[in-house]
Design a protein around this ligand. Structure first.
Ligand code: SAH
Length: 369
C-alpha cells in the first residue's frame, strides 16, 4: 500500500489525474492532512465519498502510531516514541525554546555510521525510514502543538540515523515540509546533520533546497577522526571539508561543525589549537558538545574547565563557538535511546528506559536559524 505522507503535492496531483479526478482535489487532501489535522480520509468532508473510499483503499494513513510521550521536568523537551508498521520503533524530540518549536526527527532505524560515542549506531542500521515515516513525525507533533495554539517552527535531522545515507527519503520529506500548501516550513529553518558522506553533500548542494548543513566533525585531524568515526576511513577529512566548502559556496549557507568533546581523546589544548587552524578561514560556527554518557561505553565527559579552555582557544582564534548543556536530561531525551528497545517483548518499564544517558542531538537543535 502507498503512504499518503510520502507524496508531494505534485505527485498527489498526478495521482488524481491518473485516477480520473480533478487535480485540485490533491490540494484539498493536502490541506486536510497538513493544516486541518485530519487523521483519516473519512473526515475530509469536502472530498467526495467515492474519492475518499478510493484513497482509503490505496493509501495507508497514518503510518506512525504514538506509543508514548515523556516530558522533561523543566517542560522544555518532550520525547515521542513511535511504532512503525513493522513494529519497529523510532523517536522524535520536541524542543521548546523561546518562540521556537523544534522537532528533532529520526530518518533511519538504527544507524550505519557507528560513531564511537553514539547510542544510535550500536546495533548498526536496521532500515531506512520512508518519507512518510519521517514527515508524519512532524505532522503528529504539529497536531499535538495545535492544542496549545502553537506549531512546529524548526526541523533538525539530528535524531536516529544518517540523513545522507537515506538521501531520497530525506530530500522528499524536506520538500513536503517546505510545501507552501502544507506545513510551509522555510528551508532556512530545516537543518540536516551529517557524519560526512561526501557524495551526499555534493548532491545536496545541487538540490534546490538550501537547507542548513551541519557536519559532525569531532576531531581536528584525520588521525583522531578515524578513531572516533568509522566513516572517516571512507571519507577522508580533507574531502569532507572541501565538500562542505562547496556547499557553502553554492547555497550561501554558513556551516556549523559539531564537536563532541571526549575526555583524553579530542579535548587537549593542542587539539583546540589544531582545530582553530583547520577552520581559520571558514565562515563557520563550532558547536561544542560535552559527551553524554551512553551505557556500556568506556568514554568520559571532559571536566567543565577543560571544555571552557577548549572554547577559549577557539574564540581567541576568532572562531565563533556555541556550547550548550543538555536539555531534557531527566528524561534521557536523546533520540535513539528508547527506540533501541526493539521488540515489544524487550520493552522495559518507563522508569527503566529513562537511563541516565542523553545525547546532545537535541541541544544542537537550537542551532537552526
Ligand atoms: N548522523 C548524523 C546525525 C546524528 S545525531 C550525524 O552524524 O551528524 C546529531 C549529533 O549528536 C551528532 O553530532 C552526533 O555526533 C551527536 N551525538 C551523538 N551521540 C552523542 C553523545 N553520546 N554525546 C554527545 N553528542 C552525541
Amino acid at each position: 500500500m502507498k503512504e499518503i505522507c510520502s507524496f508531494s503535492l505534485k505527485e498527489l496531483k498526478n495521482w488524481m489525474g491518473e485516477n480520473g479526478e480533478n487535480s485540485f482535489r490533491a490540494g484539498q487532501v493536502f490541506d486536510w492532512i497538513y493544516t486541518k489535522h485530519a487523521l483519516n480520509f473519512t473526515d475530509m468532508s469536502n472530498v467526495g465519498k467515492d474519492l475518499r473510499e478510493k484513497l482509503a483503499e490505496q493509501f495507508s494513513f497514518p503510518v506512525l502510531k504514538l506509543l508514548k510521550t515523556q516530558e522533561s521536568e523543566d517542560l522544555e523537551t518532550i520525547k515521542f516514541l513511535w511504532e512503525l508498521p513493522d513494529q519497529r520503533r523510532v523517536e522524535s524530540v520536541l524542543i521548546l525554546s523561546g518562540d521556537r518549536r523544534t522537532v528533532c526527527v529520526s530518518c533511519q532505524v538504527g544507524c550505519p555510521a557507528r560513531c564511537a560515542f553514539c547510542a544510535s549506531g550500536r546495533q548498526g542500521l536496521m532500515r531506512n525510514l520512508s518519507p512518510a515515516e519521517i514527515t508524519e513525525q512532524v505532522l503528529h507533533i504539529n497536531h499535538f502543538l495545535k492544542e496549545k495554539g502553537e506549531r512546529v517552527s524548526h526541523i533538525v535531522f539530528m535524531g536516529m540515523g544518517e540523513p545522507l545515507e537515506n538521501y531520497e527519503s530525506v530530500v522528499k520529506a524536506i520538500q513536503i515540509f517546505h510545501e507552501p500548501e502544507g506545513l510551509n516550513i522555510s528551508q532556512r529553518r530545516i537543518t540536516v546533520s551529517t557524519v560526512g558522506v561526501v557524495e551526499g553533500i555534493h548532491r545536496l548542494a545541487k538540490e534546490e533546497l538550501k537547507v542548513n548543513l551541519v557536519l559532525s566533525l569531532h576531531a581536528p585531524n584525520q588521525h583522531i577522526r578515524k578513531k572516533i568515526i568509522p566513516y572517516a576511513r571512507k571519507y577522508p577529512l580533507e574531502e569532507v571539508l572541501m565538500a562542505m566548502d562547496e556547499y557553502t559556496r553554492l547555497t550561501k549557507r554558513d556551516i556549523t561543525y559539531e564537536y563532541t568533546l571526549l575526555a583524553k581523546i579530542n579535548d587537549h589544548r593542542k587539539n583546540a589549537e589544531e582545530l582553530a587552524k583547520l577552520l581559520k578561514d571558514k565562515q563557520c560556527t563550532v558547536n561544542l558538545i560535552p559527551y553524554n554518557p551512553v551505557e556500556g561505553l568506556n568514554l568520559d565527559r571532559p571536566k567543565k574547565e577543560t571544555i571552557e579552555n577548549f572554547r577559549l582557544i577557539l574564540e581567541d582564534a576568532g572562531i565563533n563557538t556555541t556550547w550548550r548543556y543538555t536539555k531534557g536530561k531527566d528524561i534521557a531525551a536523546a533520540c535513539g535511546q528508547l527506540a533501541l528497545q526493539e521488540a515489544p517483548t524487550q520493552n522495559v518499564a518507563p522508569e527503566q528506559s529513562a537511563a541516565p544517558s542523553e545525547k546532545l542531538a537535541l541541544v544542537n537543535a537550537d542551532l537552526s536559524q
